[in-house]
Design a protein around this ligand. Structure first.
Ligand SMILES: Cc1cc2nc3c(=O)[nH]c(=O)nc-3n(C[C@H](O)[C@H](O)[C@H](O)COP(=O)(O)OP(=O)(O)OC[C@H]3O[C@@H](n4cnc5c(N)ncnc54)[C@H](O)[C@@H]3O)c2cc1C
Length: 473
């Protein structure tokens, strides 16, 4: 591909590595500036504390990641990750009842986040155009309001400060990005910010999976119901590499899951809308302590709307749009943004205005994930909304259609296919609104409401206690 000279990518996590792989098609040199030292195996690191929690990579994101990093999925599976067909391999208690296990239309890749990052990194760094500057912290930008010419960095060991010049600078430093401050130092005004804060707390623990689970155990979820005037409480159980189950409990303001082991189990059995996950983990050997996270606010920084935008700068991933993680959209939305960014490079090259057009394309690529997360979250009691979007300030008036679709998706195969294509970010809200979907919606439910979790015999064997007999709350 056309050789532009040098691009600097700030942050070497999921978005940074995927963006680097994409940019290596267009630039001779891709420098990744990363504050941490990347571990040499699938291990946790300080810069990605959320990696302790369940990380679902939906098919929409997995396909894109695999297209930039060929062999990523195979590498993950070879290292023990699972490919779980959806909804065939999904046991989900939705606000509208149990999801029927229709044949697979989408999938998720199920692994620890540390394994995902490691496999991605291994693939990306095989490209000798990409190199990482480890233990190097970004201090600010160089250039001015017209054009960014590079970054100022500091080596965390030697303290040495240097300037790194580049034709393009990409910020992928995540939720904690200091880009607002860096731009302010150059005289660029602050971007508009929207946020939707349910006060959700995450609590996660990893267990050794029972032998009976084998290698094909489903993804299990008990979803919160935002239509009820009580705090939302949910749970998810995902099989990961090494014969382990990662279990994440989540509760909105007033319904937060506790941090202690006993409270964790009680919450999983009695705090959420169905005890299935609590029953599945009762008696299992815990492999970690309970870990909590409060980083769940959905927040967008609208760099795409600024009147002044310097050439040579793009902000991507969580640094510009971060979502309540309970929908599992952060990684896939970032992957969609990388793809949208590349379309702009292909159509415009590095011509004037690339940064602005890329920023707008990146924002559009995040729209669906934003709308799905925030329109549901805005209905929770005591949710704090900072936005002028009427769909968020008056969510009840706008959720009729999405509720109808979610309801029918549990019992109509075609509606389920469309809803899951959307949930996995494999399609867009605009694309699914077609006559074929409307016809399926008119047909209504095709199969009866399930009154019990749709477990198969081998899965029943994993229910360990007498209290495990499934009952619908
Ligand atoms: C609790 C929780 C659970 C989640 N679960 C899911 C899920 O199930 N599915 C899903 O798709 N998404 C999930 N997400 C979202 C997902 O974690 C993020 O969308 C994703 O990590 C974003 O990647 P990123 O590369 O943009 O940022 P990050 O992964 O946050 O990485 C930022 C990188 O920048 C580096 N950095 C930061 N500042 C500097 C600096 N000044 N100089 C140099 N380097 C710097 C950091 O060290 C890090 O490597 C979850 C998030 C949370 C908080």
């Amino acid at each position: 591909m056309a050789g532009y000279r040098r691009v600097v990518v700030l942050g070497g996590s999921f978005t940074g590595m995927l963006t680097s792989a994409m940019l290596a098609r267009h630039f001779d040199e891709v420098f990744v500036v990363e504050r941490d030292e990347h571990p040499t195996g699938p291990e946790m690191r300080k810069g990605v504390p959320q990696a302790r929690h369940c990380h679902i990579l939906w098919s929409g994101g997995a396909r894109i990641a695999d297209s930039y990093l060929p062999g990523m999925t195979e590498g993950l599976l070879a290292a023990g990750a699972h490919r779980i067909g959806i909804p065939d391999g999904l046991i989900s208690f939705t606000p509208f009842g149990w999801q029927h296990r229709f044949p697979e239309s989408e999938f998720t890749l199920a692994s620890s986040r540390a394994l995902l990052d490691w496999v991605m990194r291994e693939k990306a760094l095989r490209n000798d155009r990409i190199s990482v500057l480890p233990r190097t912290e970004v201090l600010g930008l160089t250039g001015g309001t017209d054009r960014i010419t590079g970054v100022r960095t500091r080596n965390r060991d030697s303290g040495e400060e240097r300037r790194l010049e580049a034709e393009l600078v990409i910020d992928a430093t995540g939720r904690g990005s200091a880009m607002r401050r860096w731009l302010e130092e150059l005289g660029v005004p602050a971007p508009q910010e929207e946020s939707v804060d349910t006060g959700m707390v995450y609590a996660t623990r990893i267990f050794r999976a029972p032998e009976a689970a084998g290698s094909g155990f489903p993804l299990v979820s008990v979803l919160a119901d935002s239509r009820r005037p009580v705090p939302g409480r949910g749970a998810v159980l995902m099989p990961i590499e090494g014969g382990r189950w990662i279990v994440t409990l989540s509760g909105t303001r007033g319904g937060e899951p506790p941090a202690d082991a006993e409270g964790f189990l009680t919450y999983a059995r009695e705090g959420v809308r169905h005890p299935l996950i609590g029953n599945l983990i009762t008696g299992l050997e815990p492999l970690t302590a309970v870990q909590r996270s409060h980083s769940t606010v959905s927040r967008r920084l609208h760099y795409d709307r600024l009147a002044v935008w310097p050439e040579g700068l793009v902000v991507i991933g969580d640094a510009t749009a971060a979502f309540n993680p309970v929908y599992g959209h952060g990684l896939s939305a970032a992957a969609r943004s990388v793809e949208a960014f590349e379309k702009q490079i292909r159509s415009r090259g590095l011509a004037a205005g690339l940064g602005r057009s890329a920023q707008r394309a990146i924002a559009r690529a995040a729209d669906d994930a934003w709308m799905m997360a925030t329109s549901n979250d805005a209905s929770y009691p005591d949710c704090r909304v900072a936005s002028t979007d009427p769909r968020l300030t008056d969510p009840a008036a706008h959720r009729r259609d999405s509720d109808m679709m979610s309801n029918l998706a549990t019992r109509n195969r075609e509606v389920s296919r469309a809803a899951l294509a959307l949930m996995t970010l494999s399609t867009s809200i605009a694309e699914i609104q077609n006559p074929w979907l409307f016809a399926a919606l008119r047909r209504g439910p095709e199969v009866p409401l399930l009154t019990e979790p749709p477990l198969r015999p081998a899965e029943f064997a994993c229910l360990r206690t007498s209290a495990a007999a499934p009952t619908t709350a």
